[in-house]
Design a binder for this molecule. Structure first.
Ligand SMILES: Nc1ncnc2c1ncn2[C@@H]1O[C@H](COP(=O)(O)OP(=O)(O)O)[C@@H](O)[C@H]1O
Ligand SMILES: [Mg+2]
Length: 348
């Protein structure tokens, strides 16, 4: 097995396998940010740039967390098939896949580009990008449902979604927060029982690059046919956690989250699973908000007291069992956050 983070080895491998010329020198740079893959940028003498990803067996997080590196094949299939179900230019073309080495190469998104998560954390919110994000998710869900006879067999395997999402996020959280365990366990059982359409599984601003004012989606290793409401809850969590983290931008994040949810609904209206999706999306939002402060992969930008506050609010909302809508989860979470801050400020 080669190690792509060893640049001499990688260049030798690319030459030996005929991916580049036998004498060609490439410039190689490590790309950070991810936890489940080695990712490097390769700039060829032709001017072409590739990103090479190799799946890790043990993820780069504090707790022990393992997943079969053969999952890189799911990501390669994502790069092959997502263009059929997404607006043009919203994914990167696959260059090659090597299943023996658990790696793939895709075209690099050209410079200049920006990571959307970094932009959001710096307090810069553009309504346009939230709209594109909603269209992108709605398009994946709606169009994959339309093409389900072709796509469902290719993305039937839920193994990586289980080891990278359900176990470390929901199931682990159920062991840490027993009050939420029945809620989370029921949601896991429901999620596993669904095969409605293609679910991205990592639909987060962190996996979005902005290039020429268009969103490019990355990181497709947990794609599977399952419950589309998961992607809604997973993505909304990122907006709401930032609403908590950045009080001055809170109302903008709340407004953007409501806009995102509304536009997403416009995209999937008329599909047979759209009606029940709203109820489950609200549940996944609560579950994911909790999992991102109590699970194996907590949001790194939240301070300790912010994590504690998010946990407290979400556990309260789960225990109340009043089946809120997605809109109510969004506005309720932010209102409770503001109340808690007011309470803390008025204490002597
Ligand atoms: N095609 C690409 N073009 C440019 N940068 C990329 C590309 N793919 C990945 N990256 C960079 O590498 C980082 C990690 O890649 P990602 O696919 O998200 O890996 P992981 O699964 O480890 O999270 C991304 O956040 C991005 O900055
Ligand atoms: Mg990533």
């Amino acid at each position: 097995m080669i190690d792509i983070e060893d640049f001499d080895q990688l260049q030798g491998y690319l030459r030996k396998t005929g991916r580049i010329g036998s004498q060609e020198a490439v410039s190689i740079r490590l790309l950070g940010g991810g936890v489940s893959n080695k990712t490097v940028l390769v700039i060829r003498s032709t001017g072409e740039s590739w990103v090479i990803k190799q799946a890790l067996t043990k993820l780069r997080v504090q707790s022990d967390w393992f997943s079969d590196p053969a999952r890189i094949h799911v990501e390669a299939n994502g790069l092959r098939y997502l263009p059929q179900v997404t607006p043009e230019g919203s994914t990167t073309p696959l260059v090659f896949e090597d299943t023996a080495e658990n790696l793939l190469a895709m075209e690099a998104v050209p410079e200049p580009h920006h990571n959307w998560k970094q932009q959001l954390l710096s307090g810069e919110l553009s309504r346009e990008f939230f709209g594109q994000f909603a269209e992108l998710l709605g398009s994946i869900h709606r169009e994959s449902f339309r093409l389900r006879h072709e796509l469902a067999p290719l993305f039937a395997d839920k193994r990586y979604f289980k080891t990278l999402r359900l176990e470390p996020y929901y199931e682990y959280t159920a062991t840490v927060v027993p009050q939420a365990a029945p809620f989370l366990e029921e949601l896991v059982a429901w999620t596993l029982s669904r095969t409605d359409t293609l679910v991205h599984g990592d639909f987060s601003p962190k996996n979005v690059l902005l290039h020429r004012n268009r969103l490019v989606l990355l990181d497709h290793e947990v794609l599977h046919f399952g419950d589309p409401a998961f992607d809604v809850g997973f993505s909304l969590t990122h907006f709401l956690a930032k609403a908590l983290h950045l009080p001055q931008k809170r109302s903008q994040f709340v407004e953007a989250a409501l806009h995102y949810w509304k536009l997403y609904n416009d995209e999937v209206r008329g599909t047979p699973w759209a009606a029940q999706l709203a109820f489950r999306a609200a549940q996944h939002t609560l579950a994911s908000l909790l999992a991102r402060v109590c699970g194996r992969s907590p949001l790194e930008y939240l301070r300790r007291e912010e994590r504690a506050l998010q946990q407290k609010i979400v556990v309260e909302m789960i225990i109340e069992k009043n089946c809120p809508t997605v809109d109510q989860v969004i506005t309720g979470f932010s209102a409770r956050t503001a109340e808690a801050e007011l309470g803390a400020a008025s204490r002597p």
